[in-house]
Design a protein around this ligand. Structure first.
Ligand SMILES: [Fe+2]
Length: 423
């Protein structure tokens, strides 16, 4: 019997973050596919042991004790990893970029979001990490490369960051299957993505995707003394310093960072280290940046803030791409205070879980303006916000164009923010 969309969604409920659990779920998927294709009970039972238990044990041990895929960095094959933003329609000034995170789950919801992205036909599409369950080749295929996959490939570019789930299988399929399918268009030349980070830029803005996934999963035993901190590896630091030249004091373009892991979170772990490394490279302690991340399966707009020794950031979590969005409030008041807006609308209830809305973010760059439209899978614009960069000093001026009242927090009381219908 074909798996219903609800059954598939249920598999993701209460999904833990351990490698063992995610490997088990991948093996369960293989087993269920096998059951679908066989009718003999004896075959099913023997196959269970073959595809499920042994497969699980093998994948798990290989992942825990096997080597990670070699790190890939620029320059590579004459590629610097820095690309000029270009519209897919030469006469159009505006450039659009769809951001999706934690999307690759092959669910009815991820399909809906993928098809909605296609309707907007953005110039670029970026997956900000986590291919479920363990970033295995079949999972990359089902979400991105098979004829039935619902990933939309932007005409100007389609790029991917790694999350922790890709690294649960040592990043092998990320580097060997996903990156070869990703690209940027430079004039007439199509360049394949060579590493798990990149920079898209024009004269006003720089969109810098950083890799926090590779260092997000620990090694056995070592992780007890030194838990993974998502730090940027030295190859990436060198690239940011010498090729991107992120710390160039003359460069006052607006900076947007994309990462899988959260710089700030009111719900689970937040990672200070990549922010500290970026601040050290920036040098200028007054410089404000915009930072989008995923990992946490919800849509949250944080108050402008610093984490530890990191930069002052407009932080946005958009991990609501395709996994069930389980609605809950932060545990304490201190965490709640971090949040400016949070989409906690309930879309449906499944097995006593309140599930919210999946969606994506559409960025539009037009001159000094950067607009972010947060669209849910029903195409409601939940929020539209905008930044204007002053290129004389790098200052960002922020404003809200559109908001639905349900995402305001109880204490949200900001002048100039009106309620609207959101369509
Ligand atoms: Fe994640």
């Amino acid at each position: 019997m074909a798996e219903s969309s609800e059954q598939r969604t249920q598999k993701y409920l209460d999904l833990g973050h351990s490698e063992a659990e995610n490997h088990a779920k991948t093996q369960l998927e293989l087993y269920e596919k096998h059951v679908k294709n066989t009718s003999a009970v004896t075959n099913v039972i023997s196959s269970f042991f073959k595809t499920n238990l042994l497969g699980f044990a093998w994948h798990y041990l290989k992942s825990r004790f096997g080597p990670r895929h070699a790190y890939q960095a620029y320059p590579k094959n004459d590629d610097s990893g820095v690309y000029t933003l270009q519209s897919s329609i030469p006469s159009r000034e505006e450039i659009s970029i769809a951001l999706l995170s934690d999307w690759a789950s092959d669910t009815a919801e991820s399909d809906s979001v993928g098809h909605l992205v296609a309707r907007y036909a953005p110039d670029y599409t970026i997956h900000m990490g986590d291919v479920y369950f363990v970033g295995a080749p079949k999972e990359v295929e089902d979400n991105f490369t098979a004829p039935h996959a619902s990933w939309y490939y932007g005409a100007s570019g389609s790029l991917a960051l790694s999350g922790n789930h890709e690294m649960y299988s040592n990043g092998n399929a990320f580097f060997q299957h996903l990156l070869p399918a990703m690209y940027v268009q430079q004039g007439e030349v199509r360049k394949t993505q060579q590493a798990g980070f990149f920079c898209l830029e024009n004269e006003h803005w720089r969109i810098i995707g950083i890799d926090t996934g590779y260092t997000s999963v620990g090694r056995p035993f070592v992780e007890i003394i030194s838990p993974p901190d998502c730090h940027l590896k030295k190859e990436q630091i060198n690239w940011l310093r010498d090729i991107v030249r992120i710390g160039n004091p003359e460069d006052k373009r607006g900076i947007v960072i994309l990462s899988h892991h959260p710089y700030i979170s009111a719900f689970r772990e937040e990672y200070e280290k990549p922010g500290k490394q970026i601040q050290e490279l920036l040098g200028d302690s007054e410089r404000e940046i915009i930072w989008f991340w995923g990992h946490d399966h919800r849509l949250v707009v944080y108050n402008k803030a610093k984490n530890g020794k990191g930069p002052m950031a407009y932080g946005r979590c958009l991990g609501h791409g395709g996994l069930p969005v389980e609605i809950k409030m932060p545990d304490g008041e201190a965490d709640e205070q971090k949040i400016l807006f949070y989409d906690r609308r309930v879309r449906k209830i499944l097995k006593r879980h309140q599930l919210g809305y999946n969606g994506f973010v559409k960025l539009c760059i037009k001159g000094e303006n950067l607009t972010a439209e947060y669209r849910d899978l029903e195409d409601t614009c939940v929020l539209e916000e905008q930044w204007l960069v002053d290129k004389s000093n790098g200052h960002l001026e922020w404003s809200i164009n559109n908001i639905i009242p349900e995402i305001k927090m109880p204490r949200t009381d900001m002048p100039g923010i009106e309620n609207s219908s959101g369509k």
